[in-house]
Write a protein of this length. Structure first.
Length: 83
């Protein structure tokens, strides 16, 4: 499968969800190029961006798993086209 570059933006509004988010990201660790997390204490949220190089199916799977976690919002941006 051909891989594409993708960025997942994650906003965690429920501190209880942080462990679940980290667990999901750990499952996809082989595709991660880099990750940056910023705790925004004034707004009580954590903002995470993750850059990946993976097949479209893998990126969509990651986005789907993150989307099922309560207290988490995420969006996927892909360079190129996913078929």
């Amino acid at each position: 499968m051909e891989s594409v570059i993708g960025v997942v933006a994650i906003i965690v509004t429920d501190y209880q969800a942080v462990e679940k988010v980290n667990s999901v990201l750990h499952d996809f660790r082989d595709y991660v190029i880099g990750r940056m997390g910023v705790p925004y204490k004034e707004k009580n949220v954590n903002v995470i961006s993750v850059v990946l190089d993976a097949p479209c199916e893998t990126l969509n799977g990651l986005a789907g798993k993150l989307g099922m976690i309560k207290g988490v919002k995420s969006k996927l941006l892909v360079a190129g086209a996913c078929k």
